[in-house]
Write a protein that binds this ligand. Structure first.
Ligand code: C2E
Ligand code: CA
Ligand code: CA
Length: 243
């Protein structure tokens, strides 16, 4: 609670690259917390707590506004992806907050993608379905995050209309450890996404071998330490300005 008041949060941005051209397509905003007493706290530690206490709603709103504003300093063909907790979607005022963040920043909604983990489908109901449709009605895209890691169900792919599938990094990291099953699953997810008109992102690509594999398996986009760590906004701007 005090971290929000004291401004101890900041965002870093990790590029997502086109598998064919290697051009930077977008950046994913990732939250960081540095506290003067305890130092850097990884999101894996504090996000769960923020979700349990409901604070993620306020923190998430700050993330959304900050990320959208930052992206207005980038070229128009570079998009911004923001992680949204399923709890935020359950807030009746979420769409209003999104509209407000869009208009306050002035960013084109088509440059914005929201990433939601598949756990959202555990709580899917007519209300959340409607919220998802309203978000897309604004022109904002939706991505399923960490696909395959948790409660993947083909039923929700039928009932919703997501734009992007982000394949969980556990599958990408397994292909280098000689695991033919992971490769087969990635290939099947790419085929499924293709026939549903969705794009795929391979997450957590760390090595050249993994890069070649996910390219060969047909993933559209690539994200991971092989290309870049998440970077502070102040480093992204000059990078993009240099082209
Ligand atoms: P995520 O959405 O799956 O984000 C990708 C995570 O993978 C990031 O961890 C990123 O730093 C890490 N990563 C990127 N490339 C590689 C790689 O090549 N290898 C490996 N091993 N890891 C890589 P990070 O920043 O620690 O975030 C962890 C999770 O915390 C995120 O996973 C996301 O679920 C959550 N998170 C982060 N920021 C936000 C936020 O603003 N809102 C919400 N609701 N959740 C957030
Ligand atoms: Ca994500
Ligand atoms: Ca992910």
């Amino acid at each position: 609670r005090t971290a929000l008041e004291r401004g101890e949060f900041h965002l870093v941005y990790q590029p997502v690259i086109d598998a064919g051209s290697s051009a930077v397509k977008s950046f994913e905003a990732l939250l960081r917390w540095s506290n003067p007493e305890i130092g850097e706290v990884p999101p894996s530690k504090f996000i769960t707590i923020a979700e349990e206490t409901g604070l993620i709603v306020r923190i998430g709103e700050w993330v959304l506004r900050t990320a959208l504003e930052e992206a207005t300093h980038w070229p128009r063909d570079v998009s911004i992806a923001v992680n949204i907790s399923p709890l935020q979607l359950q807030e009746p005022s979420f769409v209003m907050k999104l509209v407000s963040a869009l208009s306050q920043s002035g960013i084109d909604a088509k440059r914005v993608e929201l990433e939601i983990t598949e756990t959202v489908f555990l709580h899917i109901n007519p209300m959340t379905q409607k919220v998802l449709r309203q978000i897309q009605g604004l022109g904002v895209r939706l991505a399923i995050d960490d696909f395959g890691a948790g409660y993947s169900s083909l039923g929700y792919l039928r009932d919703t209309n997501f734009d992007t599938i982000k394949i969980d990094r556990s599958f990408i990291q397994a292909i280098s450890s000689d695991d033919p099953e992971s490769g087969a699953i990635i290939k099947a997810v790419v085929a499924l996404a293709g026939s549903l008109g969705m794009k795929t992102v391979a997450e957590g690509v760390e090595t050249e071998e993994q890069l070649e594999m996910v390219r060969a398996l047909g993933c559209d986009r690539i994200q991971g330490y092989f290309f870049s760590d998440p970077l502070p906004g102040a480093k992204v701007r000059p990078l993009l300005a240099r082209g």
